[in-house]
Design a protein around this ligand. Sequence first.
Ligand code: ANZ
Ligand code: ZN
Length: 803
Amino acid sequence: MSQYNHTAIEKKWRENWEKHPINVNDGKKEKYYCLDMFPYPSGSGLHVGHWRGYVISDVWSRYQLLRGKYVIHPMGWDAFGLPAENYAIKMGVHPAISTESNIKNIKRQINEIAAIYDWDMEVNTTDPAFYKWTQWIFVQMFKKGLAYEKEFPINWCPSCKTGLANEEVVNGCCERCGTPVTKKNLRQWMLKITAYADRLLNDLDKLDWPEKVKKMQTDWIGKSYGAEVDFGVEGRDEKITVYTTRPDTLYGATFMVLAPEHAMAKSLATDETREAVEKYIFDSSMRSNVDRLQDKEKTGVFTGTYAINPINGAKVPIWLSDYVLADYGTGAIMCVPAHDDRDFEFAKKFNIPIIQVIAKDGKEIENMTEAYTEASGTMINSGEWNGMESSVLKKEAPEMIEKRGIGHKRVNYKLRDWVFSRQRYWGEPIPIVHCPKCGNVPVPEDQLPLKLPEVESYQPTGTGESPLAAIDEWVNTTCPCCGAPAKRETNTMPQWAGSSWYFLRYVDNKNDKELVSREKADKYLPVDMYIGGVEHAVLHLLYSRFYTKFLCDIGVIDFDEPFKKLFNQGMITGKNGIKMSKSKGNVVSPDDLVRDYGCDSLRLYELFVGPPELDAEWDDRGIEGVSRFLNRFYNLVMTSKDKDIKETKEMVKLRHKLVFDIEQRFEQFSLNTVISGFMEYNNKLIDLAKKEGGIDKETLKTFTILLAPFAPHLGEELWQELGGTDSVFHASWPECDAEKMKDDEKEVAVQINGRVRATITVPADISKEDAIAAGKEAIKDKLTGNIVKEIYVPGRIVNIVMK
Ligand code: ANZ
Ligand code: ZN
C-alpha cells in the first residue's frame, strides 16, 4: 500500500486556493454566517484544544458551501484586556506591540488549519477604527439614558486592582485571577441592561441554543413573582417593606431579618442593643461577599425592636443578618422558618418559634427537623386561608394582600445593571467629558475615536483610578458643549465591550461612516451558527444579546437576536481530564502532528476523539487510525479510477446508504460518528472492490465530496484524480434516493404442510427467524393446528408443518 504524500498535496492545494478562492460571493447565493468566538491573542499560541473549535466551524462552513451557500466565515481578535496589560507592566512593552506580535503568530497557526476564513473581514477590537464604534455605541446608550454614573460599593479585585461586573465574580472570586473579591465604594459607569430584562428572558424562546445555556441565562436574569408586604414597627410610625415569593406563608412569619446595610438597620436598635447592633453592622461591612456567602453558621443580632405582621397583628422580632442581601428585593425579609431552609437554620440557632402553615402529607409535624419548602399542601394555622391549597394561594395571595392594603404584587429580577468601568489602561477610553457647568458631556461623534494615549506607567494605581488619570495633558480638556475647562473620564471599558458587537462589524469592516451599513446588515446578518465554549453562557452571550437589541431599537440593524443557533464545543484536556496549560506542562502543540500526519489527518482526529459537545482527553496515538483510513481511501481511489468499473447494484446501494448516513449524522452535529461512518463504508467498499476489481467512479466521487469538508486537501486531490476540473467544493452535495437504498427483495412462497397458501416479498438477506415470522403473519388465520416444524429455504419457501 502506498502512502499518500500529504505534504506535497497540502502544499499544492493551499497554493491553488490562494489563486482560486473557493468561497465566492456572487450576489445570488444564499448567505450562511458561521461564526467562531474570536480569540484573545495570547502569547502562548494555539494548542490542539483550540484547534477543535476552529475545525468544527470550518467543517460546518465547508458543508454549507457544498450546500450552495455563500459562507461568511470571519476571524478577528478580542485584544483588549488584562493579560496584554500585565505583560506590559512586566516587560515595559506597549500592549499594542505585544498584541500585534501575538496576533501574527496565532494567525500563522490558525492558517495551518486550512480554514476558509475570509481575512478581508478581519477585525481587531483594539484598532481605533474599530473601537470608534464601540465608543459610538456607548454614546448612543448615554443619550438614551442607558449609560449612567453611580457611586456604590462594587466588586473589587484586590489583585487585578479593578472593579468587576457581577458576571465576572465566580463563587465570590475574580473570574480572571481567582482572588476573593471585596467591596469598594467607587464612582462607576453603569449600563442599564435591566431595562432589557424581560426581552432578554422572553426572546430565549426564539433561539436554537443548547437548553443548558438558556437555563443559565434564565437563572441569571432570575425573574420571580411575589409580593411586597408592609410590616408596621411597634411603637413607631415607620413601616418596613419585605419582598417575598411565598406570600402564602404570611401567617408563618415569626421574625423579620434586615440586611445590615438596610437604611433602617441602625435606627431600630434600642439602648440595650445599640452596641451589639453597631458592631454587627460594622463587622459585616468589613467582610467580603465570599465570606458572607460561604458562611457555614448563620450570624445575626436582635435589634430589640418588633414588627407587626399585618395579616394577624402578631409581634415578630426584627433581626439583622448578612444572609439577607442589601441589593435584592427590599433588603428586608419576613422569615418563615417552617418553610424556608435558611430561616429554619436561623430560628433553630436563635430559638425563635416555628409555625407550620402548610400541612405536609396532610399533617402538622410535631417536631420539625427541617423546613418543608414545597408550595403544595393544605394551609393550616392561617386564619381565613385555612383549607386552601398552598400552590393556589401562592398565586392568589399577592392580589389578596393588595386588596387588604397591606402590600402589593411585585416582580423582581436578579439581573443587575452592568458595571461598565474599569480602572485599567488597556481598554477603550469612555468617551465622556466632565464639565463643571454642563455635567457629563459625550465626546462629539465626529471626534471619535477617542484614542488611548501613550502612558509611561501601565501600573494600576490601586486607588480606584486608572493610569490615564496620571496624564494631565489627557485629563485636562475643554467642554465640547460650552468650551470651559473640563476633565476627561479616565476609566476604560471592560474587556467585554468590543466582543458585545464585533460580529456585526465583520461584514462591513472598512466602513468609516457607519458601524455597519443597513444594506449589508440586512443582507448578511444575523449569525446563523455561533460556535464556541460554554464558559461564555452568561457573560458574552448575554451582553451581545443586549447590545443587539439596543442597536435594533435605534435602527442600526433590523433584528434583535444576534445568534440564531449556538453550538458549544467541549474542551480538549490532557491526561486524566486536566486542563492543558503551560504551567502543567501538558500542552500538545499541533505543529508536529501536522508535520508528521498532515493537516487533514489532524482535522479528522480532532473530531474523532469524541462527540464535539463533550470534553475529551487527548491521546496522540489515536491519530494513526484516522491517518490509516485516509491512506486506504486514497489507495482505493488511485487503484480504481482508471479501470472504468461499471457500477453494480451493490455499489449503488452502498453509495446511497453512505449519503443518507453521513448527512443525517452531519445534521445532528454528530461529527465523530460521521468519521466512524466514513471508516465503516470505506471498509465495505474495499471488500467490494476485492470482489469486483474496483469501485465505480460515481461512488468514489460521492465519497470524496462527503469527505471534503473534513479533509479538504485530500478531497480536492482525489476529486481531480477522478476527473473533476473545478474545486470539489463547487460540486453539489450528493442526494440520496431512498428507493436505491433498499435491499434486494425476493418472493417467497408460504406453505402449510407443503401446500402454497400465500406469497410474501422479503429482503433478500432476511434472517431465517424473520422470514418465518413474516410467513406466519401472512397465513395467521390458517394456522389452526399445532405447529410441529418450521422450515425456511432461503429466498424461496417458508413451510409450516402442522398436526
Ligand atoms: C418568605 C418566604 C417563605 C420566602 C418561604 C421563601 C420561602 P427568589 O426566588 O430568589 O426571588 N428574599 C427576599 N429578599 C431577599 C434578600 N434581599 N436577601 C435574601 N433573601 C431574600 O427568592 C425570594 C425569597 O428569598 C423571598 O421569599 C425571601 O424569602 C427571600 F417559605 O419570603 B421568602
Ligand atoms: Zn460644559
